[in-house]
Write a protein that binds this ligand. Sequence first.
Ligand SMILES: [Zn+2]
Length: 158
Amino acid sequence: MIYCENCGENSSVQIQETSASYVLRREIFEIKENHLFCTKCGREVQDKDDEKKRQQRLTELYQRRYNMFPEDIKRIRKSMRLTQSEFADVLNMGKATIKRYETGGSLPDGVLLGVLRVLRKNPELILMFFEETKAGLPEKERQRIEEKLQPLMQKRLK
Ligand SMILES: [Zn+2]
């Protein structure tokens, strides 16, 4: 029994499974959803959590499509021994953005998603970004990052 706003009382419902397409980050995802219909008036009964659940499902599908989950982003950064703010500086991004990606608060898309996927396979490519951004960093931070990236530099030389 679910409360039907149209009938103004609790009513039994019929479940109908439908498949619908949604757009997230300019990409189309198809998801199956259960819609509930009041058996008395035939109207759809909305669940307050529907929209939230749908967004969660879409987020999961997006992460799965690219196999890029928040913990992957953290792992990529940690494999370079960089802090969130160092990683952000090297990539010329805001620290808050990196933090949101690592906690699942938002999804990387477009160019950055591509960059993360490339870095996962070839972490030493972070050095190319560092080459571009290091001139704009404070001396101390630049040195600190350089030290941390040393193992990757060695790897590249081999
Ligand atoms: Zn009803």
